[in-house]
Write a protein that binds this ligand. Structure first.
Ligand code: FES
Length: 168
């Protein structure tokens, strides 16, 4: 009799441990995910994020496009990530460049300063880039701006992950 009570209690405590372990792992999972995710990037090769930019409103002059990578999933935590691209059209091709300066990571602007027409300009150390993202020799950046993968869906620009510049 006694032994069956004990074993029932044991059974119960194992069961509770099991539930506790499950809950602990459920709480840990989002943190692990946070640690390993490159949150500033879409998750995979094939993922494209919608932007509010209509393709037919683009010209050959870069415009700033802000977009948000929505946190995709669990109720445990939420983190939408804002991102920016410089987008223009070259013929029928939509080009989107990363604004992250290849010197020390400041944000570049198109014609960001009076003296630099028709160029991207980084105010941190006067970094300069041509429209296709090519770094201008003699200014601090040592490589071209990254390019976003671009998709067009229903007339709107969708942006994927950044890749090394293919235009330069
Ligand atoms: S961070 Fe852009 S020039 Fe230095």
């Amino acid at each position: 009799m006694m032994s069956s009570k004990v074993s029932r209690r044991q059974f119960l405590s194992y069961t509770l441990m099991g539930v506790g372990g499950f809950m602990a792992s459920a709480m840990l999972m989002p943190m692990v995910r946070f640690a390993v995710d490159p949150v500033l990037q879409p998750k995979s090769e094939g993922e494209f994020i919608p932007t509010p930019q209509k393709v037919d409103q683009l010209t050959d002059s870069p415009v700033r496009v802000d977009f948000t990578i929505k946190d995709r999933k669990d109720a445990w935590y939420k983190s939408d990530v804002s991102n920016t691209a410089w987008v223009y059209k070259e013929g029928d091709t939509v080009i989107a460049l990363s604004p992250v300066c290849k010197h020390l990571g400041c944000t570049v602007s198109w014609e960001g300063d009076e003296k630099h027409k028709n160029e991207f300009f980084c105010p941190c150390h006067n970094g300069r880039y041509e429209k296709n993202g090519k770094n201008i020799p003699g200014s601090p950046p040592l490589g071209p701006l990254d390019e976003y993968m671009v998709n067009v869906v229903d007339g709107y620009v969708y942006l994927g992950k950044t890749v090394p510049n293919t235009l330069v």
